[in-house]
Design a protein around this ligand. Sequence first.
Ligand code: ADP
Ligand code: ZN
Ligand code: ZN
Length: 802
Amino acid sequence: MKIAQVIVDVPHKQVNQTFDYLVPERLLDMLQPGMRVIVPFGPRKIMGFVLEIGDRSEFKRLKEIEDVLDLTPVLTEELLELGQWLADETLSIYITAYQAMLPQVLKAKYKKELVRTEGAILAEALELLFAGRDVISYEEFEHAPIRLSMLQKEIEAGNVTVDYIVRSKATKKKVTMIKPAREVHLLEEAYMDLPKIAVKQKQILAYFIEYPTEIQQTKLLKSLETNRATLKALLDKGMLQEFQVEIYRNPYDEESFARTEPLKLTEQQQQAILPIKQSIQDHMHDVFLVHGITGSGKTEIYLQAIQDVLDKGQEAIVLVPEISLTPQMVRRFKGRFGSRVAVLHSALSSGEKYDEWRKVLRKEVQVVVGARSAVFAPFENLGIIIIDEEHETSYKQEDQPRYHARDVAIHRGRSHQCPVVLGSATPTLESYARANKGVYKLATLDQRTNQQAMPDVEIVDMRKELHEGNRSMFSRALMDKMEQTIARGEQVVLLLNRRGYSTFVMCRDCGHVKECPHCDIALTYHKNSNLLKCHYCAYEEPMPLNCPECNSDLIRYFGTGTQRVEESLTQLMPDARVIRMDVDTTRKKGAHEKLLNQFSNRQAEILLGTQMIAKGLDFENVTLVGVLTADSMLHLPDFRSSEKTFQLLTQVSGRAGRHQLPGEVIVQTYTPEHYSIEMAAAYNFTAFYQYEMRLRRTFQYPPYVFLVLITASHPEHVQAVQATQRIVQLLHQVIGSDTVVLGPTPSPIARIKNRYRYQCMIKYKKEPHLATNIRKILEQIEREQRSKDLLVTVDMQPYQLM
Ligand code: ADP
Ligand code: ZN
Ligand code: ZN
């Protein structure tokens, strides 16, 4: 008797455990941990993951597993363990952790089909079932009296593959292939018989006489510069024949990537890569922080480290932020490692994503380049994990399970005993502090490989502009520079720094921003009550009519949209062509890339956009970068707002003058004296780090403490408040004396979709049992609560504080 422990797909706190099921006879010889099964659960039949198979259970009268969904495990042993760890760390339930590791296709109920591979010889029973066909539905197999283990063996031998039928346009990509239909000497005869004027037909025949094998139609037509009509004539004559083959939905055409060779490393690169190579050789886990300015050659370090890993027969994961996953970025990896690279990108269709993921599972690739979730790539022999732009907040998932890819990478690095490399021009304070303490190994690259200086940054005081009568959103300096740049035939990038939500209050006259006296955080304006509130500690005060600093009545809340900037730009510079990139213009698939291509082809002089344009762009002809409102992120109710401003300004400055032409940067601000702006303009990371660390210590923020954010929401205001109060009360019973609980306070976005949101924040240095305690508190709240409408979310180490 075999018993399987199954995690079932019931996303509910009470069922966060395994259930025992009997393995029926027909699955005995094939079921393995990591496969998905269908099991009876109460009156329903649901999906589950097999964690373990053993031969005992504490329970009597077990139900049987109903069916199996996979013939090869979709989660490796290591990923099964990782999922449990992840769920525990993030206070999620196991099933969501496992779902997060798999491509979308495997989450929904898609139909399967069996496809036999070319020339495969199958076991007789299967051969009979296929009956000469290449594809059969999975149902047909299920109805046949054939053991699953037989099919499983064929799959392992590569004779049959399981495909998911994804109902989307991109499901299956087929290409037309052309091959000779006659033997070569017959082609030669036909060639002779063709009239002289049939030049193109003769050319095609000549091609096949020389290469009597199949070729993709598009390639044939392109290389011989002919068309389908000419080809059709030969097909009609029976000289050639065409057929369709299914190809991987490969979004990146391999051959379009010119192969690159490793560059000779600079002295600094050499210094940085040496210990990483050592760690690869020694099969040792270590975390490296590569702090290198833009253009210092970090990517080349990654590439050469990966080469070492591949030479050892191991595999590599490279994480890059979603918005940096541009074709330019992909090209660098494909250019070096060709078809050994899979790319996991959210812009791929679910079918494409599945294809790429399956290449990993089948060990057809050794390198994965992808956004956050690529950290779960099911490699079994990892030799390195690289996280580029490690400071990017998109590495934190803002949804269940709320994990940070960096933590997952380090956990996997430990399991595989391999190095984890974090790279950035502006590392997070958390990582840099760890590197300073020796927990991570630090490498610093402060020179560009081309020895060019970073572009000059000019800070423009927008208060002065106002005083001198310029009420527009463009300073005179920026206008002049834009005109000059465009006149020289060069291009401009304009950044409207606007992240999500800006409701802080600022005096346009003197730049004064109202802050909480207790938290060093900008107060948030609440329109309904006309109050300014602190979202950390619940301090509030009425909205002032005049600036408390300078008494001006130009004190108001802040924020401008890209569309308004575009309109005013078109008025001021009617001849300049503008490409606007924001969430609205890039919603459609591929739009992002299309706009960038247009700009790169110089179909516009100005690229105007939000954060999404700040990274990864590498345009030779951009020599001026303008930041319209450096302040707007500075005063978000978030203790990281200075850090984020510093990072963004540094990143965006790196965009100008990457190539031969020198670049310039203009930063417009109402608070030119703010340290994060001054220090970014001076490219002084160390000064910024030291200054910011002092503040973090004074106000007790990370990296000096850890944070947990608990948010309760409910359609009724009272209920949300009461629940949060109760949580705070219960927390006080379990926390240590050094731990602080702030709140309850309304969330910065106090109501979303008619649900009132309240929050509390835990600041702690050491709480070994905090996760377990919070779990218990949530269970208690759930028991006490009569209302089913209460929703409580817990974010361990939050990045989004709204
Ligand atoms: P980063 O990732 O740090 O911004 P990149 O890796 O993009 O820097 O390098 C910037 C430029 O320098 C790229 O064009 C790259 O090809 C080039 N480069 C990198 N390393 C070297 C080297 N050792 N010698 C010459 N050029 C290099
Ligand atoms: Zn003022
Ligand atoms: Zn406060």
